[in-house]
Design a protein around this ligand. Structure first.
Ligand SMILES: [Zn+2]
Length: 228
């Protein structure tokens, strides 16, 4: 692990919660483009997982991500300066991220483009990322499906780190919020990986469903989808 990173998280913890003893911290880097930066409290231990895209990041950026993760964890407001610093770093490393993704996709199944006739899935993703995920989600490969399927409206494919959205949504008469709702649902699959409960795969966990309800026009979107 990168030297000084643990201290940096400890310092940030002290800033946010000066009166509370710092829990034991474990920080790991994950070498997958689809692994987002996450933080969890498990049995008094803080587990931090950072995308390996942050491995070479300057200290100010790591300090920003430490602040964002810990502030989220303790439901404190996120400092604007830190949020801006982190976003700026991500934007400037977009090319690195793409190269990473290209390497990952090489030799794998052919994926179509994110750019449709009416909607661009990359920009839909980034917009939702900012609105609902503090901009913390690493963008997977976004792609329209080959055909206008109504059977599968969208799916997240972890093997290819790709979100595929049915081309029926790439239409001039399609309200943007309906498409956003479909993409938001698939983003939640990225955030809540499938858990094994006994032998049963739990695809939409209770946390998943609770978070899905946070989408502002969920009832309206579902009503629209029923008529599709
Ligand atoms: Zn689902």
């Amino acid at each position: 692990m990168r030297e000084g990173l643990l201290e940096l998280f400890q310092e940030t913890h002290r800033e946010l919660r000066p009166a509370v003893p710092i829990p034991e911290l474990k920080i790991e880097f994950f070498a997958f483009a689809n692994v987002n930066n996450t933080i969890r409290l498990r049995q008094g231990r803080l587990l931090v997982r950072l995308s390996d895209l942050l491995e070479g990041a300057p200290e100010a950026v790591l300090r920003a991500i430490a602040h964002i993760l810990l502030a989220k964890m303790y439901r404190r407001p996120i400092d604007r300066g830190h949020a801006a610093r982190y976003r700026k770093y991500l934007a400037s490393h977009e090319i690195v991220r793409k190269t990473h993704l290209v390497r990952q996709m090489r030799g794998r199944k052919h994926l179509l483009s994110a750019r449709g006739h009416f909607y661009d899935l990359d920009s839909i993703f980034e917009d939702l990322n900012t609105r609902f995920f503090h901009g913390l989600m690493a963008r997977p490969h976004m792609s329209w499906s080959k055909s206008k399927t109504r059977r599968i409206l969208g799916h997240y494919d972890p093997a290819h780190n790709a979100i595929i959205i049915s081309r029926v949504f790439d239409h001039v008469a399609m309200p943007r919020y309906v498409l956003e709702y479909i993409v938001y649902h698939e983003m939640l699959h990225l955030k809540h990986p499938v858990k094994l409960r006994g032998s049963r795969r739990c695809v939409h966990s209770a946390e998943f469903q609770a978070e899905e309800k946070l989408f502002p026009r969920v009832a309206e979107a579902n009503a629209f989808l029923k008529r599709l």
